[in-house]
Each structure stands twice: as C-alpha cells, then as structure tokens.
Design a binder for this molecule. Structure first.
Ligand code: ADP
Length: 192
C-alpha cells in the first residue's frame, strides 16, 4: 500500500483523530508535528526547550526547525511506503520544503485531505478538549491565535493543492467513524 497524504483542517476539526484512524487503516504511520514537538517538550530536549514558549503562545515554530524535523522523520524506514502528515505543512514555505523532500526521495503526494467544520463547532470541541487533555496551549488566547494563523496562512494552501489536482475536501462534522468512512470513500483510488 502506498499512500502519501497530508491532512489539513482547523484546530478542533478532528484531524489528529482521523489521521491516526486512517493511518491504521492504510498501514502507514501518522506523523503529527504537534505530537513530535510535545514529546520533545516533555523529554526536555533542545528542540523541546526551543519550541515550548512558542507553542504555548499558539505561534508557529520557525520553519527551519520544523522543516528539518519533518525531513528527518520522512527519512525513517517506516515512512518509505507512505505516511499521513498531520499539522504540516502550515504555510507556503513548508509546502515548498515538503515538495523538495519528497522529490529527493523520487516520490510525491497522492492526496491532500481537508476536513471542514464551522467555527462554532470548532470552539465547542476545543473547549471540551481543553478540559479533558489539559494542553498548555489550549488557553482562550492561544486557541484564538492558532485559529487566526490557520485562516491566514494554512487554509489558503488548499488552493494550490487543488490546482495540482490533489485536494480532497471532506465534511468533518459527524460521528468519528462516519467521518473516517467519508475520508476513505473520498480517497477512492488515489491510494493503493
Ligand atoms: P493544533 O492543530 O491544535 O494547533 P498541533 O498539535 O498540530 O495542534 O500543534 C501544536 C503546536 O505545535 C502549534 O501551535 C505550533 O506551535 C507547533 N507546530 C505544529 N506543527 C507545526 C508546523 N508545521 N509549523 C510550525 N509549528 C508547528
């Protein structure tokens, strides 16, 4: 099975949950840049120490740090046949960096999945998550900042992927399993 996918969607759209479910289904690793950063913060690594304050404010970690981290992760053997990138790319420079890394491996993306949800639903989900998980960046200010960056820098990237024939947009509202089925159906013959 080869499936080289990006999953995009605003904070609270359920993309992390869906990335993990879809990855199991397709037999490829889900690679979440946010999870990798959080693991580094927890482990007290240099990378984590550099990223912590930036993450807590809801800002993007600088591209050179993030791009290098993703490049290294995609060079791991488990990503050779495919992956689902969750939380990356988030701006135009990261799109370019990813294209460069994949070109270096002689491969390209099969699809870019976009999960949609309206703002009220997103805020309701983020409120529940803040109570459940206690993430230090789930304060009202940091959530607002992350949603604003998503709208300004990340959402516009879908146009470029659409022009390349890669974009697959799926409604993220509904039961978790329902949304997974929608994603699998929408991917159709793009993976395999
Ligand atoms: P969310 O989707 O709720 O913002 P993530 O787990 O994807 O949560 O990301 C958490 C934080 O990690 C981001 O706010 C940012 O500081 C950092 N981060 C994750 N992915 C990237 C990225 N591609 N570029 C820069 N920073 C990132």
């Amino acid at each position: 099975m080869s499936a080289r996918l990006v999953i995009m969607g605003p904070q609270g759209s359920g993309k992390g949950t869906q990335a993990a479910l879809l990855a199991t289904r397709l037999g490829v690793p889900a690679i979440s840049t946010g999870d990798i950063f959080r693991a580094n913060v927890k482990g007290g690594t240099d990378l984590g120490n550099q990223a912590k304050a930036i993450m807590d404010a809801g800002d993007l970690v600088p591209d050179e740090i993030t791009n290098a981290m993703v490049r290294d992760r995609l060079a791991e053997p488990d990503a050779a046949e495919g992956f689902i990138l969750d939380g990356y790319p988030r701006n135009a420079a990261q799109v370019e960096a990813l294209d460069g890394v994949l070109a270096g491996h002689g491969v390209g993306l099969d699809a870019v999945l976009e999960l949609t949800a309206d703002r009220d639903e997103l805020l309701a989900r983020l409120g529940r998550r803040a109570a459940l998980e206690g993430r230090t960046d789930d304060t009202a200010e940091a959530i607002e900042r992350r949603l604003a960056i998503y709208e300004q820098q990340t959402a516009p990237l879908t146009a470029g992927y659409a022009a390349r024939g890669l974009l697959v947009t799926v409604d993220g509202i509904g039961q978790v399993d329902e949304v997974t089925e929608r994603l699998v159906a929408a991917l159709g013959a793009r993976v395999g």
